[in-house]
Ligand binder design. Structure first.
Ligand code: 17E
Ligand code: FE2
Length: 424
């Protein structure tokens, strides 16, 4: 197949992409194709092509459970954890039920141009039903999506009975990434130990690390420095991610200054979840109310990798969501005051290449020789992508069109306007 008249994200001009055997064979400046071309041609008329969107942080075992057994009334993280804990014992689900919910969410994301997903799965559950469900889904969905699984001890490595053993067992069962939740452990000391435990297990089993880190408005919550320092000492930074880090939005600038030096040295990745954390944080504030979001702009300015994720689709922590990362970008830019011209035109880095770096994806970019995986948006430039939230016209995977959307068409019926107005 040949894709003709493509506007490549971040690049000037129009291009032809020729695809062979599921890979990108060549990328050449657009020119009229001769009639002799012996391949299917898809003219996209200057529309924007990007590598597939990357969802770096979602909880697929939680999706579509909001309201069962009850709604999170306070909107806090802690009531969310409480609701989920109650659900684990009161709602009896089969593995098929969990897979069914996860699959619905993956399809929502697929429709919105996502082809790579990192999901957390709660392993503070001696039955491991959620993990088993995710391990099966990961294999079954491989032709359409790449899925990474984080073994996530939602109720703590030390605050939950035998949390450390459950975590290690999850890695033996096949989880790809080690998780932790230090701000939920009983004490600061336990939190520090939990971070060290996660890194030690990752080192032992050759896994990546993704820690729910400082997801709280407590300016004293400083586990990020532990994650960074320990990763640095082990030389593991590139394989380590700090998710949420919302307390950073409450740190004083003198401390943040010192912290940034360490973050740069450690070379770890950040996942910010703007929609989820605008909803969950600031709940104990009156006025002024904090935004409860990490320092995205400042991290990027310091050349530290940050990506955006969704976190939730209708779960005890967040009642809305439909799998669309473009909306996360729009909300995130507002929340982080990232509305300068370049902030806008490069914003989709946050849900493409920055996510790919976080997940350590190989062969991700649109490049000759790489897999023919990409999406086409219904816009012809980066600025309007952010502004207008265009449909994903195509999602192409290994050279095959996997998703195709016909955009809605709006007609303005001239008869309701004055003649002069309708002629303009
Ligand atoms: N669990 C957690 O600890 N934090 C979250 N934001 C979600 C689940 C969604
Ligand atoms: Fe999360």
């Amino acid at each position: 197949m040949i894709i003709t008249n493509a506007k490549l994200y971040g690049k000037k001009g129009l291009w032809n992409l020729s695809l062979r055997e599921g890979k990108i064979f060549s990328i050449t400046p657009s020119q009229p194709l001769s009639n002799q071309v012996n391949a299917a041609i898809l003219d996209i008329h200057g529309k924007l092509i990007l590598p597939p969107f990357v969802e770096p942080h979602i909880h697929l075992d939680y999706v579509l459970t909001a309201g069962t057994p009850r709604w999170n009334q306070s909107g806090t993280l802690f009531e969310g954890i409480q609701c989920w804990s109650e659900r684990k014992v009161s709602v009896k689900e089969t593995k098929a039920d969990i897979k069914n919910r996860a699959l619905q969410a993956l399809k929502m994301q697929m429709k919105h141009g996502v082809q790579h997903v990192r999901t957390h799965v709660d392993i503070t559950d001696p039955s491991f039903l959620g993990l088993e469900a995710m391990l099966e889904i990961k294999e079954e969905i491989r032709p359409w999506m790449d899925v990474q699984i984080v073994a996530f001890p939602q109720e703590g490595i030390y605050a939950y009975p035998k949390g450390d053993e459950l975590l290690e067992e999850s890695l033996n069962m096949g989880a790809d990434v080690v998780g932790a939740i230090p701000h939920y452990e009983f004490t600061r000391e336990d939190g520090v130990l939990s971070v060290k435990k996660a890194l030690e297990l990752a080192y032992k089993y050759g896994k990546m690390v993704d820690i729910h880190c400082d997801e709280i408005d407590d300016e004293q919550s400083r586990f990020l420095e532990v994650v960074a320092a320990e990763s640095y000492k082990l030389g593991m930074g590139e394989h380590v991610t700090a998710s949420h880090t919302t307390a950073m939005g409450s740190y004083n600038n003198a401390y943040a200054y010192k912290l940034f030096k360490l973050l740069k040295q450690a070379n770890i990745h950040f996942v910010s979840l703007p929609k989820a954390n605008l909803h969950l944080q600031g709940r104990f504030d009156t006025f002024p109310k904090r935004r409860g979001i990490t320092r995205v702009k400042e991290l990027l300015d310091a050349d530290i990798n940050v990506c955006f994720g969704l976190d939730s689709i209708m779960d005890p922590w967040y009642p809305l969501g439909d799998g669309n990362l473009q909306r996360v970008v729009e909300v995130g830019l507002h929340a982080c005051h990232m509305t300068g011209y370049e902030d806008i035109t490069s914003a989709y880095d946050l849900i493409t290449i920055n996510g790919a770096k976080t997940l350590n994806l190989q062969q991700y970019e649109i490049k000759e020789g790489n897999k023919a995986n990409f999406i086409v948006l219904d816009t012809d430039n980066e600025y309007d992508a952010v502004r207008c939230q265009p449909s994903v016209l195509y999602s192409v995977r290994e050279g095959k069109i996997m998703v195709e959307t016909k955009p809605a068409e709006t007609q303005m019926h001239a008869s309701i306007f004055s003649k002069q107005f309708s002629e303009n």
